[in-house]
Structures are given as C-alpha cells and as structure tokens.
Write a protein that binds this ligand. Structure first.
Ligand code: CO
Length: 134
C-alpha cells in the first residue's frame, strides 16, 4: 500500500539553529521557514536527493509537538511520512485491520498542500506515521 518515503519530520525547539545545522554542517538545501498556524508548527523543508526532511518548531500555545519537545528537549524524530495513491482507500483498509487513525479520520491538507492523515504510534512500531496522498 505505501509508496515512497515522502519525508522524515524532526521536531526542534529552535528552527534557526536546526536549519543552520543542516545548511552549514551537513551542506543541505534548506528552505525558508513557513508558519502553519492551523497545524501549530513552523516548518522548514530540506530537499535531499531522495526524500525530504521536515523541521518542525512549535507555533502557539497548543502546538501538537510541545509535549514531544518536553520529553525530548534536544529535538528528535517526530514522524515519518509515506506516500499513498488513495488516502481514503488506505485509511479504510487500515481501519478495517484495527489501526487507529488520529483525529476524526478526515484527511487534512498538509504542509505540501496534499491530503494527509496520521496513524497512532502504538499501532506502527512506536512511530507516528503520516500518510500523504500524492
Ligand atoms: Co509531515
């Protein structure tokens, strides 16, 4: 069902500092910060030859990554995003197998302007999984 790895998301407390690590130390192509108030994060995309890295910094008081950063103050891998052809078909198949879809199960428009869903880490090897329809 899943296709390519679309991105790996890394939550950080300081987006400028994290961007500099990727740009200066690792020599990656780092994009400009984009505020996404509807998702409670500011995002920086890093283009790698075969995938992307998504740096996430909390935005606002109720950011969904605030708790994560409390537990991992140095930052850490927050989720992985896999591509699917049909997000509704993927959701329905996963739900029929007992997997938990976060929220109300309705795809939201994600950082790339495409429909996304998140799957419960407890059902996927302790890792938050994002599905993105491409
Ligand atoms: Co993501």
């Amino acid at each position: 069902m899943i296709g390519r790895l679309n991105h790996v998301a890394i939550a950080v407390k300081d987006l400028a500092k994290a961007s500099a690590v990727y740009k200066d130390a690792l020599g990656a192509k780092v994009g400009a910060p984009m505020a996404q108030p509807e998702h409670g994060v500011t995002v920086v995309f890093i283009e790698l030859p075969n995938t992307k890295i998504e740096l996430l910094e909390p935005l606002g008081e109720t950011s969904p990554i605030a708790k994560f950063l409390e537990k991992s103050p140095d930052g850490g891998i927050h989720h992985v995003c896999y591509e699917v052809d049909d997000i509704i078909a993927a959701r329905d198949q996963l739900k029929s197998q007992g997997a938990r879809v976060l929220g109300d199960g309705t795809p939201k428009i994600g950082a790339h302007g495409k429909p996304v869903l998140f799957l419960h880490p407890k059902d996927f090897c302790g890792t938050l999984v994002e599905l993105e329809q491409v």
